[in-house]
Design a protein around this ligand. Sequence first.
Ligand code: GLA
Length: 749
Amino acid sequence: MKKQLVLAVFSAGCAFAAPVGNDFLLQTKNTSMAFSKQGDSWLMLHYGKRIERAEDARLLANSRYAGSSYLCENKPLTYLTAGSDSYSGGRACTKFAGLSVIHADGTLSSELHDAGAETVRDEAGAEHLTLTLRDPAYPFTVTQHFRAFAAYDIIETWAEIRHEEPAPVKLVQMDSAAFFFPLITKKFYLMTLPGQWGSEGQIEETPVGKGQTVTLDSRSGIRSAMGSNASFMLSLDAPASETSGRVIAGALAWSGAWTIRIQHDQIDGLGLFAGASNPSGPYTLIPGKTLVLPKLVLTTTESGKGQVSRNFHRWARDIQLHEGHAPRPILLNSWEGAYFTFTEKTLTDMMDGTKTLGGEMFVVDDGWFGRGSYARNDATSGLGDWVVNDAKLPHGLAWLADQAKERGLNFGIWVEPEMANTNSALAVAHPDWLLRERTRVLRGGRGGSQVVLDLTNPAVRENVLGQLDAMIASCPGLSYIKWDANSHFQNVGSEYLPRDRQANVWFDYTAGLYDLLARLRAKHPGLQLNACSSGGGRMDYGFLRYATEFWTSDDTDARQRILIQWGASQFYPACAMAAHVTAVPNLQTKRVTPLKFRFDVAMMGRLGFELHPENMTDEDVAFARAAVADYKRIRPIIQQGDLYRLVSPWEANYAALNYVDEKKDRAVAFVYGMTRLIGTDFPEPLRLQGLDPAKRYRVTEFNRVKGNKEHIKGNKKVISGSALMGIGLPIRLQGDFDSIAIELTAENH
Ligand code: GLA
């Protein structure tokens, strides 16, 4: 699909740079970003609803005259730099900026003047605007990029920094984007996704009051999405609903330390700053090296948060995710069913069970590697040694993959390539390959001995890539890797980086990680990759450029997963959201929920299992087989369709959502009851969204428990889209953790 798009674009003959006038509009289907060159500066005068004439944004540019002078208002420069002449009320310099540089001679200010602008239709079909900005006093250049993906109303933006000063410069702040909007409204409401291990993607919405700056930050350099997701939705005027309201939203594609700052200034200007952060001090940039900063992915709409999510989801599937259109397989992962304790027989028994359930892939999680005293039988040893533990698995990986194949299953494996245990052959042979501070005792993480490899060092990356390559070569049947990362940055220091560039470790580690992933991807394009980091710690569009999906959370309790998946769905598509049915009582919360409920919740994303099938009753196996068959039928609607969130679990004691396929011929809805409280919780009619009002749909409740009453009125009837959306389906829930799955299929009459 992606390839076809690219060919179409090139055959249309558009891949030539075009000059850019003094007023320029970057257009998407429903939005515009307006640029205007005034004097030496590039300004961004509008980002919002689509306009048609570039000069209109200049004619309507808002600045506030207060009697004898202008109010001290930031100029809407495309990239706000510290020390620039950026107040419109006369010469004054801004302190709050996205780029803050200490030049080689110690000068603290930067001014960026136009040095050329061009636009090109790029290989992905985007209109790609490039602004080259130069400091008149220094050989210091910033190249700003804006890539507009018209069909999705998405604009990607980032900056590249390069200089030829006589000595290194220090980048105190180096945001990917630093915009300032003069006066678009006086009320701002910020929705973010804070979280923790086991409760990723919680939804928080807060006003950003006059004079306030809200800073979101990663708290870490590896599990970068765990404490807070690198994304935001900013409602203008009033908090947007799912279906209405003006929103500007962004997601930073970065798996390292980051900050996003939203500033509502004293006179109601809006500042938006996002980028990789340098928690240990300025980044030292040597002359002649180009620093490519991560992408900030933006969208804006006047149709509410649901549209924001759909814009991100479609862009992710078509552009960003690896193989975004490939159906994601139903897999069984061994972790919650076996942990570290398994033999070959345990695994082949699990494969038998996977086959019986109708699964399509078997994945061996942690515990298959390391040898001798470094064998990985618990969390204390083995990370770093990616060779099969032949005492535990004497026939090796290729044999296991063959066993899977004999049962009609694909085969996958868990690795944690950025890490080592101090008890590993790798760490013992190469103590200088670990992130560490020379003068301090090494702090061990998980298992007391887990440490992080120094991915700033090319030799370390070469070793890791070599080991992964050898492992993949030794197992021709391997089609899936779960790439885990269970540590924060703990020992912040690099033996590889020079002493005066230690603070670069935060950024260079992540750049090294992406280099490793890009090379692995180039060698093994067909490999499916799951992004895991103690659960949802890698739910970010930086890692997802190389991955096919992410592990949403180690918390697999279906009740809590409703909240976690609701959060993830704000920015990340269902095809990438791994959701597994597990045993009860749940490992993390000890909650017991019905099997149907666990299935209905896991069907919100990429369905899988994480249990030992031999512990299931015959009745449960029969139910699961039918549910898996159902999921295979509806998989294209969920994994490739548009999501409409109907009732939020944060606002009611049940949640509801529906998916609709591209042609609006098929849809699926789920309703998840949580706590039953008689008299207070009669669900409202389920008013579906996104259907074709003119089509008539057969409505069928599926994934039903034998003998239970129907949950919906109108089951098996044919009802028009307009009535399903306008009146809604009457539904009922019958107790705690009751749930409803509904399939809708358009009929030709
Ligand atoms: C992390 C992951 C789990 C599992 C374990 C294995 O916690 O999030 O899914 O893979 O590691 O050690």
